[in-house]
Ligand binder design. Structure first.
Ligand code: SF4
Length: 454
């Protein structure tokens, strides 16, 4: 038995899986390019077909089939996978990541400019893409899908051509999903564990690692930036794929102001704007807002439309938004999302002020909302899948039980995290702080309960 085999037998199955990922990079690359081809096919082929007839279904019309694969299956599963396996999707399967990394090996290889490193990009890109997606009718129109997915692919291509050398600069800073994926990966029970002691036993010069996201692996404490590509598995016998408690990263996160951008992405982006983007179609509040605008001085806007790439404008699909509709959507999703985020922020700030624990900032406490926020968004996305499958005649009477069970479980997980962070001394004051935090959890749950019962 070779030395390599002997050491492999002493490794756990997860570590061995990590080593296999590193050894089989060629196979990974083949899978990645197959997915790029499938992605392009699903985006382009439906364009050659006319608008679906009301009697058409997922299996009888390419546009509906492609929409179902992208938004009914792909997006909810990708979201869920972040909470279960970390950013495996990013590192192994994402077409944009594959394209940007490949092109950056052959492009201009410039260094990363300062503007790209701005910490506000994850939140800004998440909000802009979410609002824009709803304006162009992403869930109903293939043209909307083409814009919402195609524009980031063009961005990834350009970024790869301009910056980095075989790196994923787009994914690290500008990808619209980066902010939410970074947050969800924090509660994943899988991660690449770094043993600094073992690392230090090796004197320099050390062999090079081709980390596509330029991580300082030796000091890596968070799962957020790691794309789980496996290329560093087994490095110096100090880096291994491993399991961990889903609460560990949240409970041990440093409590410094640098976390503000991350916390804002969670509170205003994921919990605020993304929630409203999933809610607006069934919302009575949206109908009231639209009707109020229709009876205001802005009513004339209802006569005008905009080009399809700004606002959905497809008479053949019976899907046209007027400028007034567009304004209502922006006000509801962006305005409502920011207001909801401010409400959550108020309870988070109150909780930290009342608890008065020096090492606990609102930014750190906000991370305890990740489980309920992440599962809420997943359920919101999956409700689209459920309604599409019901339309196809599938019996999904069990779905509400699973949906409510997941929501309940994730809210208890968030409450438990909040209790761990807030009630270290078990004083009355700290229990009052926990009550404030619990109010934020209840607010999030109530939004999703309403959505699931709609
Ligand atoms: S640290 Fe870098 S090389 Fe290692 S798995 Fe994560 S992304 Fe890949």
């Amino acid at each position: 038995m070779s030395a390599q085999n002997i050491s492999n037998t002493t490794l756990g199955y997860l570590a061995r899986l990590g080593h296999a990922m590193r050894r089989h990079q060629r196979s990974v690359s083949i899978v990645q390019w197959c997915l790029v081809s499938l992605y392009v096919l699903l985006l382009v082929v439906p364009l050659f077909f006319s608008a679906p007839h009301p009697d058409d279904g997922i299996l009888t019309h390419p546009r509906l089939f492609s929409q179902f694969l992208f938004w009914g299956i792909g997006w909810p599963l990708i979201f869920l996978s972040m909470m279960l396996f970390g950013r495996v999707w990013c590192g192994l399967f994402c077409p944009d990541g594959t394209v940007t990394e490949y092109i950056s090996r052959h492009g201009r290889k410039q260094s990363i400019p300062r503007w790209i490193r701005w910490s506000g990009w994850p939140c800004t890109m998440l909000i802009v893409a979410t609002v824009y997606g709803q304006l162009v009718g992403v869930y109903d129109l293939h043209w909307g899908t083409l814009l919402l997915l195609g524009l980031p692919t063009l961005g990834a291509t350009w970024c790869g051509y301009a910056y980095g050398n075989g790196k994923r600069i787009w994914c690290m800073y500008l990808c619209p999903a980066n902010g939410s994926f970074s947050l969800l990966a924090k509660i994943a029970p899988l991660h690449f564990h770094v043993d600094e002691k073992k690392w230090k036993q090796h004197p320099p010069p050390l062999p090079r690692i081709d980390c596509p996201t330029l991580i300082d692996i030796r000091h890596m404490k968070s799962n957020s930036p790691c794309h789980m590509c496996g290329r560093c598995a087994g490095y110096l016998n100090a880096v291994e794929l491993d399991s961990r408690s889903p609460s560990r990263e949240i409970l041990t996160a440093p409590s410094n102001p640098l976390r503000t951008a991350e916390a804002a992405t969670l509170v205003f982006g994921l919990l605020g704007v993304c929630t409203m983007a999933i809610r607006w179609r069934e919302s009575n509040l949206f109908v009231m807002l639209n009707s109020a605008l229709n009876h205001s001085a802005l009513a004339a806007l209802d006569q005008y439309t905009a080009p399809w790439w700004i606002l959905a404008n497809h008479p053949a699909d019976n899907h046209v938004f007027s400028l007034l509709d567009g304004l209502s959507i922006v006000l509801y999703i962006f305005g409502g999302g920011i207001l909801f985020g401010l409400l959550l922020l108020t309870f988070l700030t109150l909780a930290t002020r009342i608890a008065a624990i020096p090492s606990l900032s609102w930014q750190k406490l906000s991370l305890a909302l990740t489980p309920v926020g992440g599962i809420g968004i997943f359920l919101g996305l999956a409700s689209f899948t459920v309604s599409l499958l019901r339309r196809e005649g599938l019996d999904l009477t069990w779905a509400p039980i699973v949906q409510h069970g997941l929501l309940l479980g994730s809210s208890f997980f968030s409450l438990w995290l909040g209790a761990k962070l807030l009630t270290s001394q078990r004083s009355l004051r700290q229990y009052c702080a926990l009550l404030c935090f619990a109010t934020a959890v209840v607010l999030i749950v109530s939004v999703w309960v309403e959505k699931l019962s709609a």
